[in-house]
Design a protein around this ligand. Sequence first.
Ligand code: IPD
Length: 277
Amino acid sequence: DEVRLRCLLDEAVGAAQQAGNLMLECFGRSDAPGVEEKTSVADLVTKYDRQVEDLVLARLRACAPDFRVVAEETANTEELTDAPTWVVDPIDGTTNFIHRQSECCVLIGLAVRKRPVLGVCFIPKMDELYTAIKGHGAFCNGRRISCSGCEDLTKALVNLHMPSYSRGPKVVERILGVTRDLLAHPVRGVRCGGSAGVDMIHVARGRLDAYFEVGIYPWDVCAGAVIVEEAAGVCLDTMGGDFDLSSRRILVASSPKLAQQVAGILQRQRYDTVDAE
Ligand code: IPD
């Protein structure tokens, strides 16, 4: 119920702020954050990702010991079930973090019956804390936010991400094809991002009009999905169908009309599979 969700939100906010302080500590140091490659040269982890995750999970487990946890670094093997589940990305935008760019964040989501119901995103370098509970609006540092409402691709700023799961020729061809079709439409502008969480926030507060990606995991998008929807935005599958937290595909837009225009371009390029070709 709402009272319980508000309590959980307070705990998640406390954990995200503590985690953000740890990230700021790293930004203030001159030594490298200890970078390791995971599945590819583009899939990285630092000692801070692990420290932040330990800190966040300890707090979340203490306030809701009966909830499941799915998190990027240490608890990523558990499948999503219908049970209440914390879905955590300790540092989303790890590559940006390593390169000391501001666009990286702590993401804490709560999913119930595989649907996001609560989201917290803290961007420490910008000192921006985003929160949302399903049905109760989206906020930045306590002030209500909303999407741009843009309905026209020719007036839209659209963000895409370069695939990190593969650099095979078919994958590269597909992303170039999508970029070409957006430019030919013509779209107002295309940007390339490095944090799924931050880009969803940008859509939620009207700084961007759409973002899409294939290859994301539940922890990249769970928190942001509640925030976007509560800011009157839409989350869909890249092919224009319903958003599914486990499908590894997302299309976020400031209006249903814009979402369908972008989905039309993605459909043409069959932008729906995660393969290594
Ligand atoms: C990644 C970032 C990146 C996106 C990838 C994510 P991570 O998260 O959000 O921008 O393109 O799909 O996995 O690994 O930095 O937490």
